[in-house]
Design a protein around this ligand. Sequence first.
Ligand code: SF4
Length: 435
Amino acid sequence: MAAQTLTEKILARHSGKNSVEPGENIWVDVDILMTHDVCGPGTIGVFHQNFGRDAKVWNKEKVVIIPDHYIFTADKMANRNVDVLRAFVKEQGLPHFYDVGSERYKGVCHIALPEEGHTRPGEILLGTDSHTCTAGAFGEFATGIGNTDAGFVMGTGKTWLKVPPTLRFVFNGDLPPYLMAKDLILAVIGDIGCDGATYQAMEFDGDGVYALNIEERMTLCNMAIEAGGKNGIIAADQKTIDFVKSRDKASKPFVVEKSDAGARFAREFVYDVKSLRPVVAKPHSPDNRAYVDECKGTKLDRAYIGSCTGGKMTDFRAAAKILAGKEVKIDTFVVPATTEVARTLKTEKLGGKTLEEIFLNAGAKIGEASCAACLGGPSDTFGRLNQAIRCISTTNRNFPGRMGHKQAEVFLASPLTVAASALTGQITDPREYVS
Ligand code: SF4
């Protein structure tokens, strides 16, 4: 049997084959299907239309529903979407629903999934959201699908996939304190472009990757889609296994795999982490890469720290390190990805102050756990860019209108760079604060 990549091994096992080839079309069994308030109603509509008004989902334990996008708004259509989810959950008796306004409410789906034990090595996780690839950080095949495919998965537990070829990105060396996973992935996307990995698996490897904590690995995989990747993936190690076991209340068994020696990679890219510099993606594309020292001094109106890419505890610890005891010069919005992150901001301390105190004392505003302004949303969304202003953000996309106003400009950067820039009101190199 030919040597296989990690992605090929997972897909082969889920299609009942010993091995698969890139380009081969296969049917696979799905382990988890996730949907949220934006695409859930459409998925449910497709499911009912094709399987019947009285149909039941293929496996209640495997469907996870997480409202997170347009949540804290007076917008009637957005609220109606959540009502559609509620009615469906009731109709189907689904146990994994994290309803807004309830004790179970979580926030951003891609961070909620691992926190609640829905991510495991070796599995296939599909979601109606392009950043579902985040879960590849747990050594599984995770990708976003449309409502039509999701409606079909809901009814059958299966989907049809073309096996992607795999690109391998090797990071050697430990990350210097002024760099984060966000810098690494923006550097990669800048190198290969927004279509550089179209329908290919992006496997991240090397001691630089395994030195990262789980949240930073999630940031790497999260942005695979910004290069067109079918999935991002990192083979599970002991850190992954410990995290997964600590979260999965059901203790479901899982399979840990890695790419075979001699596996065929379509291309390999090697980075020496120590030689990299802090990176931004300039408006209006994640591949519009520039080094921070090249656009230093660019005037800003707003800073935003949040989202599935940049709203985890690792992101806030980094930002707090820079903001502690100082004051921001521009409007600065802090949005925890999940309610668990929000609670931890209230308890975890740095220099005798909680992270929440550090942000509030610095003059930042803190919103409720959700996607908030990452995807614009209704005009009353916390942190939304309602005017043609310039923002530096820890989010993952900066297409025109992504965070609200179509003429607004968004620079993507690491939480360190965003925090340093919030202090000066212009793009600022985090090396001025962290060396
Ligand atoms: S935080 Fe942003 S990128 Fe992440 S799921 Fe929400 S809208 Fe999408």
